[in-house]
Design a protein around this ligand. Structure first.
Ligand code: FAD
Length: 482
């Protein structure tokens, strides 16, 4: 298993070209925004090497029988699903943001669907997926989920779009492999991952077989172009800010990734043209991924609650009844988000040939609830913090000797806390609320839109036996018979 340092070196060794700030850097890791994101992931690599956390983070691969970090593992029981939620909460609480170790959530659904397609069609996708997961485990590599297509007009089918590349597609096949053309958007960690796991973001019908593709692509594959996104406030990191960053150590980084005719050998192809299996794959991936939100957002929120509590103290309000009441509300939201993830994981079930996935109704509910609840968390944090959250002078002013003494006096709360500490905490709240490490953006669309979760929740709930039982109960209770 790699240490954080070894992981960082391995990403540096990729020397990935990146378009950013109007230019192109020869090696993405030379850019401070990319480095900050890699530092967050390095923390998770180190965790697996720390004796104190080994029993929480290390498990045994069912493929090789070797010890692997839980982030690389295909869950083999519900306890392992629960453990993933808990580890994610811990990591995000340490980082105050996304720890970006979610790719493993795709493994069980992919193995299961590959086995099903093989059984029906005589393909060898299951072996391809297993071999790739083993390769990821043996080399302790990081993959980025390459799922979100540009999509063009949202109501138009892939094959009817005016630009046929609005969904990633196979443009060529030969005896050696396939060629991919299109793009994947909003790619978290694309510049700091060794691999991309390409999956369809939606279902496609017959006639759109070229769009039904799942495969693994090395990040340095010829034809992949990485274009950095721009975040609000990202110039703060580029200009070497410290206090104003809020979270001065860690960051997140996303890319637009263009697939400009990328060749993928057959042994790395996991699905190619089998449109009839996409609905199940997309649904299962959602169920598998979304409980992680419970740990992810709860860990992030833990830091937001703590920072808000500290700011209340710095403002001399920690004993105020309404502040305590609002902090209790924030804790209740956090624990509900967590409970939703845990419940979905505890009710996990086995997919033959795959591994364990969470209960689909509870999983989609976890993500949907979190996507709404974070707005309340931020509302309460802003309420308690005060106007300073959006009206705080920059650290450059704090460092200007002409005016610094005024700011040290007038931006202070209680006497025993210097203005700088109060401002650092305010900036952390700003960062988590809508800055570089925003829980808001991550909870709203990361892992699928709230509406997508709600639709899945509704569809899966129709299959839940207790829903049918409830309909019969409603009829019986009001006296409808027959
Ligand atoms: C912080 C962050 C990190 C992310 N990381 C990754 C990543 O690592 N990998 C990855 O692949 N993706 C990633 N995503 C992308 C994420 O999965 C998508 O943003 C999400 O699925 C929504 O897709 P979209 O952005 O295209 O928005 P849209 O799908 O356009 O959604 C916008 C609105 O339109 C509605 N809508 C969409 N289609 C229809 C329709 N046909 N009819 C009616 N309403 C419709 C939606 O419900 C929503 O309300 C990330 C996103 C964020 C914000």
């Amino acid at each position: 298993m790699r240490t954080g340092k070894e992981y960082l070196q391995s990403v540096r060794d990729m020397k990935l070209p990146l378009y950013i700030d109007g230019g192109k850097v020869d090696s993405a890791m030379d850019h401070p925004s990319v480095q900050a994101a890699a530092e967050a992931v390095a923390f998770t690599y180190d965790l697996a090497c720390e004796p104190a956390y080994r029993d929480k983070v290390i498990t045994t691969s069912h493929l090789s029988g070797e010890p692997v970090p839980i982030f690389q593992h295909v869950p083999q029981n519900a306890d392992e699903l629960v453990a993933k939620v808990n580890v994610t909460r811990y990591c995000n609480r340490q980082l105050g943001m996304c720890s970006f170790r979610c790719i493993q959530n795709a493994y069980a659904p992919l193995l299961y669907i590959a086995a099903k397609v093989d059984a029906d069609n005589g393909t060898s996708y299951h072996r391809n997926v297993s071999d790739w997961i083993r390769y990821m485990q043996e080399n302790d590599l990081l993959a980025c989920p390459a799922i979100t297509d540009p999509k063009g007009g949202r109501k138009i089918k892939a094959c009817d779009q005016s630009d046929p590349d609005m969904y990633l597609r196979v443009v060529k096949k030969n005896g050696d492999g396939i060629v991919l053309r299109g793009a994947k958007l909003h790619q978290t960690g694309a510049a700091i991952s060794h691999e991309k796991l390409v999956l369809p973001c939606t279902t496609h019908r017959r006639g759109s077989e070229d769009y039904a593709v799942a495969c693994a692509v090395p990040t340095t594959a010829p034809g992949l172009i990485h274009i950095s996104v721009r975040h609000s406030q990202d110039e703060r990191r580029q200009k070497g800010a410290d206090i104003d960053l809020g979270n001065s150590r860690y960051g997140v980084h996303e890319c637009v990734v263009v697939f400009d005719d990328v060749f993928v050998p057959w042994e790395r192809v996991f699905l190619c043209g089998e449109v009839d299996y996409l609905e199940e794959l997309v649904g299962l991936f959602g169920s598998s991924h979304r409980p992680t939100t419970g740990g992810c957002k709860a860990g992030w929120a833990d830091v937001l609650v703590a920072a808000t509590q500290l700011v209340a103290r710095y403002n001399g309000l920690e004993d105020s009844a309404h502040v305590r009441d609002k902090l209790a509300d924030m804790i209740a939201i956090t624990e509900t988000v967590y409970s939703c993830g845990i419940a979905a994981a505890m009710r996990g079930y086995e997919l033959p040939g795959g591994g364990y996935v969470s209960d689909p109704v509870l999983a989609n509910n976890a993500k949907y609830y979190a996507s709404r609840a974070v707005f309340d968390l931020i509302r309460l944090a802003e309420d308690i913090t005060g106007g300073i959250l959006s009206c705080c002078p920059s650290e450059k002013e704090m460092n200007n000797p002409e005016i610094a003494p005024f700011l040290e006096r007038f931006l202070k709360g209680v006497d025993d806390v210097p203005a700088e500490h109060r401002i650092r905490m305010v900036r952390l709240i700003e960062n988590i609320s809508w800055g570089l490490g925003s829980i808001l953006h991550s909870a709203t669309h990361g892992g699928g839109s709230g509406q997508a979760c709600k639709m899945e929740l509704f569809e899966f709930s129709k299959q839940a036996p207790y829903r049918q039982e409830a309909i019969e109960s409603a009829r019986r209770l009001c006296g409808i018979t027959g």
